[in-house]
Write a protein that binds this ligand. Structure first.
Ligand code: ADP
Ligand code: ADP
Ligand code: ZN
Ligand code: ZN
Length: 747
């Protein structure tokens, strides 16, 4: 029997899909296109990935299944010929203080072997001695974390006060506490003297002294030891904060700052490890190099016996360089990598293994990539395919769509106006198809020929943070400015960390998805829910808490969840709709109250567009109007926020921020998740904001956004230490001829 050549979906009704049937070629690269909210994720993630996970799980016995992630059956008649699916998403890699780019890319273990065999003088007898996660290799003071807490003495004590007045601010040290009594019993301190008047010696004793004392506390006599405030703090709180809960860490961070470990200077290693070198470099030196410099240094190692090992290391480094991560160092902690960087590291890890016959699913991998680097991503996707895998990608970037073997366009519009397959076939055929995607691929927005002229500038102080080279951001007030540059050039550092720190009044829109729970919906998110409750309460002369399913109004059967969970032991848990409220979540009695002929459940079922008309003249309407402006009028007021698509979330966030009154806006890659037609809307919204006198700064790679700007600030020329300079400031027409700008070449 030959392997079926297609993944086959029959009658898919997941979310907004209208009985979609579809065949997707196996061992090919298929790109899913269509406006945000059209149904791409419903097919790729909610149907294919979900069903692949479920089918895989069902091959295990019911006991094993209890320990596997739970997959619900999607609302589809059949999905055939699936393979094991691997979803490579943009969730940050996470990890802890011990995971670095070097550890997750498996390059550190190879470097450890290199040094254990060839480092001079030799140290240890195993490669573990070169691991900062092993006692044999780790710096004993920071235990291999490279950082330690330093007590903020001026926060820990109020020097204007005496001990009797409660100078010690740390928790558990209040006046008359056990600690306070022990401190007094030492007889070392004048408890009525303000700490500012202590001699240096007295103060040091208070911080780090030690003395055995006998103290009577609440009628009991204790023999104990007084320990200085700082000394006790370090003993009680692990120097490195590892293993502490988030809450504990937050408490600690009020009283202490993290600094590089003074013993190992942040290298994480013991002195013996650092002493062992190859051609003048120790292992920490190599880990601290940017990957492109690491390649050069490794290439200069001449010992023939190293050749095999070096080739293995170089191959892995090259994998990271190939996806445009040459500006990173192996010491970089994975928790500080951006979503896009994390996604590329994950992809490289999958490429490094030799599995074939899998189904890889990627969610907008071009996010965060400069147009210069998109071809690298394409190569990566093609390599995955050529290893004998089926690759499905949800993408808006024209340069990625271009390399697809097969395109599936979902549309024609979003939500209830979408959910159909509008096109399948080759890229060439897509261009001439009657789809929005085809139309937008053929047209690009023109370079802004009439930019607004700058009058005044809002500036930041020169900075050397991360890779910045005394860079200054000069933003023209009242203009639409786009900050450009390749990944790692320093855009976020300059805009988000330096400039925004000086201008806290700015309204900032980041990439982070809306934080939400199953009870949040557009009505709660846009803060119109309270207003709606009040209108209902006033019209019926009852309490407004009745109209909350988190409160008095909750359905008594399901407690406001709308569903009941069935716990079937040894079988998968299942949820069923609540019979009392039929999923409406409210106490049926609440539904007898109406406002202009509608009860609360009927109101929450309205689309935002309908609601904007229905609530005309109330405080609700203006807040909903912004949502219409971002093209989300089709969402229901009560749709749970954890079910809206990424692009919809992004625009809902924009609408909410636009409701706030500010005059300086910072948007970090707002086109993420947006189709070209959505991007045109976004540009219109920005221009409207600017017309009202606001200053808007956008970090973007999207060429349509760049071309539409009044003013461009280009950072570069390259990533990491080869970037960090402002290369060009001025109207977009001038950027095209800017000599060292990489961005210019792509306009
Ligand atoms: P895309 O990936 O094309 O941006 P999605 O497939 O995520 O779109 O969403 C398609 C439509 O279905 C959107 O309008 C979205 O709000 C809606 N939707 C997604 N999940 C749910 C759900 N669990 N319940 C109701 N509507 C949903
Ligand atoms: P861009 O926004 O242009 O992609 P970034 O400002 O994020 O670039 O990064 C600029 C440089 O600073 C890069 O070399 C990056 O690795 C480094 N960098 C960014 N964030 C951190 C961090 N938290 N710790 C150490 N280095 C960082
Ligand atoms: Zn150390
Ligand atoms: Zn119920």
């Amino acid at each position: 029997m030959t392997e079926p050549e297609f993944i086959e979906i029959i009658n898919d009704r997941e979310n907004n899909l209208k009985n979609v049937s579809l065949k997707i070629p196996k061992n090919q690269l298929t790109v899913f296109t269509g406006v945000s909210g059209s149904g791409k994720s419903s097919i790729v993630f909610d149907t294919i990935a979900q069903e692949a996970g479920r089918q895989l799980n069902s091959t295990y016995d019911s006991f094993t299944r209890l320990y596997l992630p739970h997959y619900q059956r999607p609302d589809v008649d059949e999905v055939n010929n699936l393979a094991t699916a691997i979803v490579i998403d943009q969730k940050p890699l996470g990890g802890n203080v011990r995971s670095t780019l070097g550890t997750v890319s498996d390059i550190n273990p190879l470097l450890r072997i290199l040094f254990s065999r060839f480092g001079e003088p030799r140290y240890g007898d195993a490669s573990n001695a070169f691991s900062f996660n092993d006692p044999a290799g780790m710096c004993p003071d920071c235990e291999g974390v490279g950082k330690t807490y330093v007590l903020k003495r001026d926060v820990a004590v109020d020097r204007q006060k005496s001990l009797a007045e409660g100078a010690v601010q740390l928790p558990g040290h209040g006046v008359n506490s056990f600690y306070d009594e022990v401190m007094k019993a030492t007889g070392l301190f004048d408890v009525n003297k303000p700490l500012v008047d202590y001699t240096a010696d007295e103060f040091e004793t208070l911080m780090n002294g030690e003395r055995d004392v006998t103290v009577v506390y609440k009628g009991t006599t204790f023999n104990t030891t007084f320990e200085g405030i700082e000394r006790q703090f370090y003993r009680q709180n692990l120097k490195t904060g590892q293993g502490s809960s988030d809450g504990a860490r937050k408490k600690i961070s009020k009283f202490a700052t993290m600094v590089p470990c003074p013993t190992c200077h942040g290298t994480r290693y013991r002195p013996e490890v650092l002493a062992s070198k190859i051609q003048g470099n120790n292992i920490a030196d190599l880990l601290a190099l940017q990957l492109n410099d690491l390649q050069t240094t490794l290439a200069s190692f001449t010992d023939e016996r190293m050749a095999g090992l070096l080739a293995g290391i170089q191959e892995r480094v090259q994998g990271l360089v190939d996806v445009g991560l040459d500006y990173l160092t192996l010491t970089r902690e994975t928790t500080t990598l951006s979503g896009g960087e994390s996604q590329r590291v994950k992809t490289v890890r999958y490429l490094a293994n030799s599995l074939t016959g899998l189904l890889y699913i990627l969610d907008e991998p071009s996010t965060w990539l400069h147009p210069r680097d998109v071809h690298r991503l394409n190569t990566l996707l093609q390599k995955l395919r050529d290893k004998g895998n089926t690759v499905l990608v949800v993408e808006h970037d024209p340069d990625v769509i271009k390399v697809a073997d097969y395109v599936v366009d979902v549309g024609p519009r979003a939500g209830i106006h979408g959910g159909e397959i509008t096109f399948t076939g080759s890229y060439q055929a897509l261009l001439t198809s009657e789809t929005l995607t085809g139309k937008y691929l053929l047209q690009q927005l023109p370079v802004n020929a009439h930019p607004r002229q700058p009058q005044d500038f809002i500036t930041s102080a020169p900075s050397r943070l991360h890779n910045l080279q005394d860079a200054v951001l000069r933003v023209p007030a009242g203009l639409f400015t786009v900050v450009t540059g390749v990944a790692g050039s320093g855009k976020s550092t300059l805009v988000d960390q330096v400039f925004a720190a000086d201008h806290p009044e700015a309204i900032r829109l980041t990439q982070r998805p809306i934080r939400t729970n199953s009870r949040a919906n557009p009505a709660t998110y846009l803060s119109v829910m309270n207003e709606i409750r009040k209108l209902l309460a006033t019209a019926n002369d009852v309490s407004d808490s009745l109209f909350s399913y988190n409160s008095k109004g909750a359905c008594p059967t399901c407690g406001g969840k709308g569903v009941l969970e069935l716990n079937l032991s040894f079988m998968e848990n299942a949820t069923v709709e609540c019979e009392t409220c039929h999923g409406g979540r409210f106490d049926p009695q609440v539904l007898t109250y109406q406002y202009q002929g509608k009860n609360i459940v009927e109101i929450l079922a309205m689309t935002i567009e309908e609601a904007a008309t229905f609530f005309a003249g109330t405080k609700v309407a203006p807040k909903l109007k912004q949502v219409l402006n971002v093209g989300l009028g089709y969402l229901a007021l009560g749709q749970p926020l954890n079910t809206i698509s990424g692009g919809e979330g992004q625009r809902l966030k924009i609408a909410k921020e636009l409701n706030k009154r500010g005059n300086l806006y910072i948007l970090d890659e707002p086109t993420t998740g947006l189709h070209a037609s959505d991007t045109s809307n976004l540009i219109e919204i920005i221009n409207r904001l600017v017309d009202r006198g606001n200053t808007v700064i956008v970090i973007e790679h999207n060429l349509d956004v760049i071309r539409s700007a009044d003013w461009i600030i280009d950072i570069g020329p390259d990533g990491g230490s080869k970037g960090g300079e402002v290369l060009y400031e001025g109207p977009v027409s001038g950027l095209i001829t800017a000599p060292r700008s990489v961005t210019a070449q792509y306009l």
